[in-house]
Design a protein around this ligand. Structure first.
Ligand code: MF3
Ligand code: CO
Ligand code: CO
Length: 289
């Protein structure tokens, strides 16, 4: 393709002249490319109109997780919760993204205690007193995706489990604070992993955060462990991705169950996770879920 001249129409489709639209932005990216950053294709960036749609999908996803908070108690099955998630999503004009995603059979993931993620809701899985439960929902609204998860503590949880849940939440918050335009994406994992280690915990390496918006899983890949030697990917305004560190009490190693989905800790100790979808802005970031 011929190099765009300043008076050509911008590549983004705005209809404006390139010099009045993304020209400065592209010059800025070239500067970082020369410094050794990896610059992902501009096709993964989102316009203000698209971000508004992701914001709306994220708001519905947030309401679903609030609804779960009111319904999750000792004695309910994870299938019951999944039914509530599906009905609530459809009642509000959304589609549960997990349902039939690469063959996933349910509308959300529910991962209890030693289950790291992708737990399949089941009529045989009953929520018990003392459980720490992750409910991970992704909602499609008007074609755009929002993805978020929270931990729910059932009844009286042991101090050790409560600490894991709290540290995992702080890991997400620490990751979020690293997000800024023209920052290193790897700063996220570089900040999260030492904090988890200081608390005696480990960070899962087999599963990562991801770009999201027009599709469920896209570039960039967001690792939650430290990779300090790499300059890596540049964060750019309009990038939308999740941060979703999985924090383990013991080993970071995971086992993948034969059902093709469920991930558990290698030593059957506890695991906790919180997730948000965010957009990189001109000044920092905005949580969209
Ligand atoms: N919501 C999960 C994530 O955070 C993905 C679940 S995929 C499913 O990326 F198929 F298991 F639902
Ligand atoms: Co998720
Ligand atoms: Co996700």
């Amino acid at each position: 393709m011929r190099k765009l001249e300043p008076n050509d129409p911008c590549w983004c489709g705005s209809g404006k002249k390139y010099k009045k639209c993304h020209w400065l932005h592209d010059c800025e990216l070239d500067k970082y490319r020369r410094e050794g950053f990896k610059i992902l294709p501009s096709a993964i960036l989102y316009s203000a109109e698209e971000i508004e749609k992701i914001r709306k999908a994220g708001a519905l996803n947030h309401a679903i997780l609030d609804m779960v908070q009111n319904e999750i108690t000792e004695g309910v099955t994870t299938e019951h919760l999944d039914n509530l998630v599906r009905e609530f999503t459809y009642d509000h004009g959304g589609i549960p993204a997990c349902l039939n995603y690469e063959g996933f059979p349910k509308s959300c993931c529910i991962s209890i205690n030693e289950v790291v993620c992708h737990g399949i809701p089941s009529p045989n899985t009953v929520v018990k007193n003392g459980d720490i439960v992750n409910v991970d929902c992704t909602t499609i609204l008007d074609g755009y995706y929002g993805d978020s998860s929270r931990m729910y503590c059932i009844g009286e949880v042991s101090p050790a489990a409560q600490k894991l849940v709290d540290v995992a939440k702080e890991c997400l918050e620490i990751g979020l604070r690293q997000v800024k335009p023209y920052g290193r994406l790897n700063d996220i994992g570089d900040a999260i992993e030492p904090f988890a280690k200081e608390n005696g915990f480990s960070i899962v390496r087999d599963l990562c955060g991801h770009g999201i918006g027009r599709t469920f899983h896209d570039e960039p890949e967001v690792v939650h462990y430290a990779q300090t030697r790499q300059r890596g990917v540049l964060m750019v305004p309009g990038m939308v991705f999740t941060i979703e560190p999985m924090v383990n009490e013991g080993t970071w190693k995971c086992k993948f169950l034969r059902d093709g989905w469920t991930v558990i800790t290698g030593d059957k100790k506890l695991s906790a996770q919180w997730e948000h979808t965010l957009v990189v802005t001109e000044t920092g970031y905005e949580i969209l879920t």
